[in-house]
Design a binder for this molecule. Structure first.
Ligand code: NDP
Length: 328
């Protein structure tokens, strides 16, 4: 029987999740939930119910795993612990500094309810986290580096959009090329946050908004922009939509470490992603995580989890025997 998936929140990630569910025959879309008027939402999947978020509790028992597609800045800290009372779930919470706090809140709710809730799925946090852990376990003497972009960070764009007076915004994360080259060359440099990336923001303000205040709020926003060299460029809404409408992204996790009796050799591990669509790829990771959550729940593993707690085989639709024959 297919795993019944609910999509909670129908923005970029919600639409990407709809595409990902369609690509996985063992998953089926049961319903889409939104805080907006359900009649204003037109899903791609024929016949799928669109339900008001306020009625979500009525769907307990009809959804095997809820995939939460709200924003990390203000949606998920509220929605994930709330929904863990009724559903197994997956979210893509990506405010790294607040993951321990989010984990504690979700764990309390999921443990009390006996549900299984995987937080911070996606690619970073998510697949990149997994690769950092593998590389550090394998090469204990060395340095780990993560570079993002150039690409649009949805989390950062979302955070700017929530500032008063902002109509829409796109934020590009850009790696500093010299820093990336030095790491790939095995030099293991010490790099500050500021030396690794710059952040470019394109912002369309609402008529009459105070541009200086918006720029100041962006540049000083903790966790998102305060530690980076950030540029803010104000553009019209038309220009923003014409020139910055795509959501490409990507990046690399690198570890450069030492091997040999006298640590005379260097090994460099690089895992990289090149994504035409960040939300569609992120959603593809969440779909695989939903499969794992369904299996972990069936095995009695409840409470909050991250992708680090998931045995790789549980992410795959293949059986253990198929995996050993085809992918080991
Ligand atoms: P969106 O802004 O497109 O959607 C967020 C929510 O906004 C939706 O769930 C939707 O909820 C609501 N919304 C309100 N009005 C609208 C509207 N007019 N159109 C669309 N949605 C609307 O954000 P994204 O989907 O791009 O990203 C969601 C989060 O995903 C990001 O905040 C980021 O934290 C996370 N992410 C994580 C990654 C990772 O690797 N871990 C990678 C990429 C993203 P409702 O339907 O209830 O109104």
């Amino acid at each position: 029987m297919a795993i019944r998936i609910g999509i909670f929140g129908y923005g970029n990630l919600g639409k990407g999740t709809e595409c990902a569910v369609r690509q996985n025959p063992d998953l089926e879309l049961a319903a889409i939930f939104t805080r907006r008027d359900p009649a204003s939402i037109s899903p791609m999947t024929e016949g799928v119910p669109v339900v008001a978020a306020s009625e979500v509790a009525d769907w307990a028992g009809k959804i095997d795993v809820m995939i939460l597609c709200g924003g990390s800045a203000t949606d998920l800290p509220v929605q994930t612990p709330e929904l863990a009372r009724w559903f197994n779930l997956v979210d893509s919470f990506d405010t790294h500094a607040k993951i321990p706090e989010h984990f504690a809140a979700v764990d309390a709710a999921a443990s009390a309810a006996g549900t299984t809730a995987l937080i911070s799925g996606g690619w970073d946090p998510g697949l990149f986290s997994l690769n950092r852990v593998y590389a550090e376990a394998i090469l204990p003497q060395g340095g780990t580096y993560t570079f993002w972009g150039k690409g649009v960070s949805q989390g950062h764009s979302d955070a700017i959009r929530r500032i008063e007076g902002v109509a829409d915004a796109r934020q590009y994360t850009v790696p500093v090329p010299e820093a990336l080259e030095r790491v790939r060359a095995g030099q293991r440099p010490t790099l500050t946050t500021r030396q690794k990336h710059t952040r470019e923001c394109y912002v369309a303000a609402k008529p009459g908004a105070d541009l200086a205040r918006i720029e100041q709020e962006i540049k000083t926003m903790p966790n998102y922009f305060a530690d980076y060299d950030t540029t803010v460029t104000f553009v019209s809404l038309e220009q923003l939509h014409a020139e910055h409408s795509g959501l490409p992204h990507g990046g690399s996790v690198l570890r450069s470490g030492l091997t040999g009796w006298n640590e005379e050799h260097t090994a460099t591990v690089e895992y990289s992603l090149k994504l035409d669509s960040n939300p569609e790829f992120t959603a593809s990771v969440l779909a695989a995580c939903a499969r794992a959550v369904s299996r972990m729940h069936a095995a009695g593993q409840t409470g909050c989890k991250t992708i680090l707690d998931v045995p790789p085989a549980l992410l795959s639709p293949l059986s253990g025997e198929e995996l050993r024959r085809q992918l080991l």
